[in-house]
Structures are given as structure tokens and as C-alpha cells.
Write a protein that binds this ligand. Structure first.
Ligand code: ADP
Ligand code: MG
Length: 441
């Protein structure tokens, strides 16, 4: 982990600069690899000895932040080209993904709120990217490790750092505490975890179970533009080592999995928010408080069955509303609109003090590599483009054959121009389709 942190540190200067230029919203795209069973199914679908259709994504070895996507299931096929802060191809490792976000540690330590969001349809690799596996941990573990490495090895003498952790789920627009039922045992372990916190004064938990809601407070009297968000009653456990956080997250995942058995596939239909609350006091300085939210968003896919009723319909409406609200908040901040619609969903209300101002937002848009998922991937990338800083030239082209289109466009590939963010207010034809309008508004 030490090596990993050092390597990550090298990327920070460039990253910070890019982040400033990007207006504090950075969007990266990750396309996961095809799974062995999916490979097998594609071969079977193509027929014995037949050639497989070309994959929907094309990555650019030269302009690594570019990718193109062809949806051949539409007629005529649609091809779109995108550029993001970074594009992570199916061969990308968890460590490479972490390198894209590593500088958030410095931001958090200096009092800036940071939100990392994994966006994409169910099955696109959001949870793999955020949680990973014990053998190949994801962004959350890597970030927590790097944070504690920094606390233990890279702070001026006499500094005090306290870290509290909370984990919640937003399902059907209601907040559920994923640590509440375990608060007692977690608290005991947190105390056992001991002295990793610099001057941290042992472990401790705030909060408990009960009905949870988002509250806003104005910490500086008379300065109404500056709002701090909190969730009264949410368990926040003090943690003093990466291992203590890991143990806590295991409990949160178990709690989430238990809930999933009562509501079908609930983990894909809810937003999971892991938050580290960090307070840093350097000698002779006032304390800096910051929140680091790491969010595994609900699946962004459309509801296939228009006859869906009951829970399924309610779930989809709640997800649509909150993901649209998220897009609207980011978009209105980028456009400099006076009113930012934070209150349109629980998710945006919760993130109110962390999206906007000096705070930083990183969005990892996850995509499935499958041909049958191309249209959902395109919707995800359109969403990502809408909230990211730059768009590529004319957004959508049609052709009778996607291949001829690729050839026709090839010569332009190196000459894209950056379009100022203000021009994002003009939506592309794809986004203007009625379907899309419904989804985005
Ligand atoms: P989501 O959370 O978006 O629904 P998952 O993270 O559960 O998607 O990923 C779907 C499947 O793909 C899982 O079996 C997961 O292990 C696998 N997967 C996702 N990303 C990768 C990756 N980068 N490398 C290997 N397997 C992956
Ligand atoms: Mg998931």
C-alpha cells in the first residue's frame, strides 16, 4: 500500500491542476471487461464458427481521454464520440482507477468536501469499482488506506486528526442507517482499534437508530449562503485505522445485503453512501473539517416493462427523480444559475454542502462492454457529458453503416476543439428526444 500511495502521490500535481481547470467536477469513464460467461453467450448468439460482431466501444491509444460508442441495435446505427478527464478501458486495474482520484486525500485534509460518485446501469461495474473484492480492493478501501497513511506519516508534529465514519442507504427516498443496528459492537471495536488517530482520544459513536432526515444548519450566523448539512441520529463512529473502517464497512455491506433479501435486488435500486468526516487541527491553526462521500448510486437503467406497478414502479420513479436531480444540480452549478435545486431529492439534499463552491466532485461513469447494453451505455455517457466540463464537436451523427461512419470521421479525430462549459446548456439531439427529456428533467 505504501508503494501505491507513493505512486499515487506523483500524479497529484497534474491532477490538482486538471481539477481546477475542470471547475471542480471531474468525470472519468470506466468500461468493465466482458465476463467469461458473457463471452460464451456472445459466441453462442453469433453461431458456431461465425465471426463476432465488432465491440461497441472504441478506445483511442493516442488520445486516451477519448472513446467512441456505436449502438448497432438502432437503425440506422448511432455513433457518438466522447471525451472525459480520463477513459479507463476494460484492461484498467483498480490501482489505475484509484490514481485518478488520489488527490482527493489532500483536498479532504485541507478542509474541502469531496464526493466520489459511481454512476451507471446495473451490472456496469459500479460496486466493483467502489468496493472491489478482498483480493483486489476498490476505491473506498484504497482511499481509506491512503488517508490513514497520510495521517500517520505526513502530518506536522503536534497535529490532531479525528475521523468518523457513517454509512447510509437511500431507498425509496428514505434514509436507512447501515451502521445503526451494529453501533454497539462497532463502537467496542473502534475503541479497541486504539491509537491510530493522532491525539484522537479513543473511539466513540454519535447517533443511533430512528427515522432519519437531512437537516441544514447555518453555522455562521447571518451568512445564509453557507449551509452545513447533517443527518440527526445517523451513527458516526470514530475510527482510528484503515482496518477499523474496513470492519465497519463489512457490517454496512452485510446490513445492505440483508435488506436486499426482503426487497428484491434492493442493492441495485438504492444509493449507498459511505462518508468519512475528517477534522484536522494543525499546530497554531483552527480545525479544518471536511466530508468525503463515496457513493455507489442506484442503477440508472430505464424500466423495460412499461406495465410495471407497485414497488418496482415506485423504485424506478425514486431513482429517476434523484439521478435527474443530481444532474440538474451539477448542471445548474456549471451554468451559474442563481437557484440550485438541491431540495429535489434526498441525495442532493444530503450532498448540498459538498457539491458546489470549492468542493470537489468526481464521477466515475461505469459502462458495460456488451453490445446489448450499448443504448444504456450511451445514456450514461450522455449524462456524463452533460455534467462534465467539455463536449466534443457535433455530438451525434447517423450513417447507414457504423463502419463507414467510423472511416469518414477518422480524419477528424485529432482535431477536436474544446467547447466552453456554458455551451452545455444546449442539449444534443439525442438528449432532446422525448424519452431522454423525461429521464433528464
Ligand atoms: P453494478 O454495481 O454496476 O451493478 P457490479 O460492480 O456488480 O455492477 O459488476 C457486475 C459484474 O461485473 C460483477 O460480477 C463484477 O464482479 C464484474 N466486474 C465489474 N467490473 C469489473 C472489472 N473491472 N474487472 C472484473 N470484473 C468486473
Ligand atoms: Mg452494485
Amino acid at each position: 500500500m505504501r508503494e501505491l500511495c507513493k505512486a499515487a502521490e506523483r500524479a497529484r500535481g497534474a491532477y490538482n491542476k486538471a481539477m481546477e481547470e475542470a471547475g471542480n467536477i471531474r468525470v472519468v469513464c470506466r468500461v468493465r471487461p466482458t465476463l467469461p460467461a458473457e463471452d460464451e453467450a456472445e459466441r453462442r448468439a453469433a453461431g458456431e464458427g461465425k465471426e463476432l460482431p465488432p465491440p461497441p466501444f472504441e478506445f483511442d491509444d493516442v488520445n486516451k481521454a477519448h472513446l467512441s460508442l456505436v449502438d448497432r441495435q438502432r437503425y440506422p446505427p448511432i455513433m457518438r464520440r466522447y471525451r472525459f478527464a480520463a477513459v479507463l478501458s476494460p484492461s484498467s486495474t483498480q490501482a489505475e482507477v484509484f490514481e485518478e482520484v488520489t488527490a482527493i486525500i489532500d483536498s479532504v485534509m485541507s478542509g474541502v468536501n469531496v464526493t466520489v460518485l459511481a454512476y451507471g446501469q446495473t451490472g456496469s461495474g459500479k460496486t466493483y469499482t467502489m468496493d472491489g473484492s478482498p483480493r483486489d480492493p476498490g476505491l473506498i478501501s484504497r482511499t481509506v488506506n491512503a488517508l490513514f497513511y497520510k495521517i500517520q506519516s505526513d502530518m506536522p508534529a503536534g497535529s490532531k486528526v479525528r475521523v468518523h465514519c457513517s454509512a447510509l442507504e437511500i431507498y425509496l427516498e428514505q434514509i436507512h442507517d447501515l451502521l445503526a443496528s451494529n453501533a454497539k459492537s462497532a463502537r467496542a471495536e473502534s475503541v479497541k482499534g486504539g491509537s491510530g488517530t493522532l491525539g484522537g482520544g479513543g473511539g466513540g459513536a454519535k447517533g443511533g437508530a430512528g427515522k432519519l432526515d437531512v437537516r441544514e444548519e447555518v453555522p455562521v450566523a447571518g451568512v445564509s449562503g453557507y449551509v452545513r448539512v447533517h443527518v440527526p441520529g445517523l451513527v458516526e463512529l470514530e475510527v482510528s485505522s484503515a482496518e477499523a473502517v474496513e470492519a465497519m464497512l463489512e457490517r454496512a455491506r452485510a446490513c445492505r445485503a440483508k435488506a436486499a433479501t426482503t426487497a428484491n435486488e434492493r442493492s441495485s435500486r438504492s444509493h449507498a453512501v459511505t462518508t468519512l468526516h475528517v477534522t484536522v487541527t494543525r499546530p497554531g491553526d483552527t480545525p479544518h473539517r471536511a466530508k468525503l462521500h463515496m457513493v455507489d448510486l442506484a442503477g440508472s437503467e430505464r424500466l423495460r416493462d412499461s406495465r410495471a406497478k407497485g414497488e418496482q414502479l415506485k423504485e424506478t420513479q425514486a431513482i429517476n427523480r434523484s439521478l435527474s436531480a443530481l444532474g440538474d444540480v451539477i448542471h445548474s452549478l456549471k451554468s451559474g444559475e442563481a437557484h440550485v435545486p438541491y431540495r429535489n431529492s434526498k441525495l442532493t439534499a444530503l450532498l448540498r454542502d459538498s457539491i458546489g463552491g470549492n468542493n470537489k466532485v468526481l464521477v466515475v461513469v461505469a459502462c458495460s462492454p456488451l453490445t446489448k447494453s450499448a443504448s444504456e451505455s450511451m445514456r450514461s455517457l450522455d449524462f456524463a457529458e452533460r455534467i462534465s466540463e467539455t463536449v466534443l464537436g457535433p455530438a451525434m451523427r447517423r450513417a447507414t453503416s457504423a463502419q463507414s461512419l467510423l472511416e469518414k470521421e477518422a480524419f477528424r479525430f485529432n482535431s477536436f476543439e474544446t467547447v466552453p462549459s456554458s455551451s452545455l446548456a444546449v442539449l444534443s439531439p439525442v438528449q432532446k428526444s422525448s424519452e431522454e427529456e423525461h429521464r433528464l428533467r
